[in-house]
Design a protein around this ligand. Structure first.
Ligand code: SAJ
Length: 420
């Protein structure tokens, strides 16, 4: 039975599941969270992370294995500390202030023999060039020599019913062999399989490769979809046919754009590093960004053309948008292409109603009305635009309305439907 004190800095969709797993296996866990609302919820045993239930959180609070805090002194005495804070972009530039703040928080509490791990997604070199000096300077100890330091990329896919922290292989690294072994030892107690690599930079790059691979391939099929539509070839059927190849192919499908907390952001950490250090452009990433960021405009253009064929201008038309979330069956609207499509349609003078049962409060133009996705609502519209294909949308009812539908996910059959 593992024992020891674990501090996890950042209790979001990565940090809270990690905290729960560490408590599950026997560690005493301190979840450090600076957001007051989140902290209040955690202390009350209420989870704001879909993959963590209130029961699980309350059980660990009740057993004394988990507590949440925003007091720096509560981090004292840790054996293992994991940094799971956001790494956003600010005007296209990586923002590592949360990582820096976390390192400054932990630095004074570093003791000989402890282990610190960075999980946040970032460009190669962050662990050794940014985190290590802060920890070393604040503790007076030497990373790798007096305490262990490494990087282990997060692979949490919120809502994924198949793959989770336990059964997803975990890449682990250390600034030296002793650190690698210490980081590996920690995660071997949490995960079924760890994947040691020779340096934190390799671990950091591996994560960026995973998401850049998706971003670039999604951009490929998005650009292909725009051309195939003009060539009057069904790209969706062609991708399905290509998928029959049992080797050497992975299907990606066109969409209204790329949202979420990973794909629109992570690849730009790589291209920024290449430009900053090498003075060169990572053309695949920059091109993929251009294509994927263009998709909301392409959707609006197709809506305009569709309305035009039905003798209507966008201005004054009633548009029902189905979906706000960035991908199906999630409440997450971060970077969602739906937000850009809605804004552009409002700017063009359309009356826009939006249906998304998963997404709660979200900032929309005050003229946009939230409605239910019903046949009646579809019948009131001049066009229905499917952006996010949530499983609980009754798409047959929407199609029965007879209203012209622009389907960006190729989910609806019918003579009144056009797709991306
Ligand atoms: N998308 C497409 N076409 C596709 C796949 C996705 O347009 O063929 C769009 C989605 O609609 C969404 C965006 O791209 O707007 C991102 O979709 P995603 O399936 O990549 O989902 P994410 O952003 O939640 O990615 C996460 C990542 N997980 C981690 O970073 C730990 C990613 O590495 C996973 O591969 C992905 O989940 C997954 O497989 O579910």
């Amino acid at each position: 039975m593992p024992s020891g004190r674990v501090v996890i800095v950042g209790q979001g969709y990565v940090g809270l599941p990690l905290a729960m797993r560490a408590a599950d296996v026997g560690f005493d866990v301190l979840g450090y969270e600076i957001d007051g609302d989140r902290l209040d919820m955690l202390k009350a045993g209420r989870s704001f992370v879909g993959d963590v239930s209130d029961d699980e959180l309350s059980t660990h609070i009740g057993s004394g294995r988990y507590r949440a805090s925003d007091l720096a002194e509560d981090c004292a005495g840790f054996d293992v500390a994991v940094i799971t804070v956001p790494t956003p972009l600010r005007e296209g530039v990586p923002d590592l202030t949360f990582i820096e703040d976390a390192a400054r928080l932990l630095g004074p509490f570093i003791r000989t023999g402890v282990t610190v791990v960075l999980e946040s997604t970032t460009y190669p070199g962050t662990t050794t060039e940014l985190v290590a000096p802060i920890l070393g300077n604040l503790s007076g100890l030497v990373p790798g020599e007096h305490f262990h330091l490494g990087h282990s990329p997060e692979r949490i896919d919120p809502g994924n019913a198949t793959w989770n922290l336990i059964n997803t292989p975990k890449v682990v690294s250390g600034v030296n062999l002793a650190s690698l072994l210490a980081v590996k030892e920690f995660y071997d107690q949490l995960c079924e399989r760890t994947v040691p690599v020779t340096s934190p930079s390799v671990a950091e790059l591996s994560k960026l490769i995973e998401n850049t691979f998706r971003h670039v391939n999604i951009a490929l099929v998005n650009e292909l979809a725009m051309f195939a539509n003009q060539l009057d070839v069904d790209v969706w059927e062609a991708i399905d046919a290509a998928s029959s190849k049992p080797f050497g192919f992975m299907a990606f499908r066109p969409g209204p754009g790329v949202g979420g907390h990973c794909l629109p952001i992570d690849p730009s950490y790589l291209s920024w590093k290449v430009r900053r250090v090498l003075g060169q452009s990572f053309r695949f990433v920059e091109l993929a960004n251009d294509v994927n960021e263009h998709m909301p405009d392409h959707v609006v253009q197709r809506v305009m053309l569709g309305l035009n064929r039905h003798g209507r201008a966008v201005r004054g038309s009633h548009v029902l948008v189905l979906g706000i979330a960035y991908k199906p069956n999630t409440s997450d609207a971060r970077e969602s292409p739906a937000l850009a499509v809605i804004d552009r349609l409002v700017q063009l003078g359309a009356t826009v109603r939006v249906a998304d049962p998963h997404v709660g409060r979200v900032t929309l133009d005050p003229r946009v009305e939230r409605v239910d996705a019903t046949e009646a609502e579809a019948a009131r519209a001049d066009i229905v635009v499917l952006i996010t294909d949530h499983d609980d949308f009754d798409l047959e009812a929407i199609s029965r309305s007879g209203t012209f539908i622009f389907d960006t996910r190729n989910r609806i059959a019918g003579g009144n439907v056009e797709f991306l």
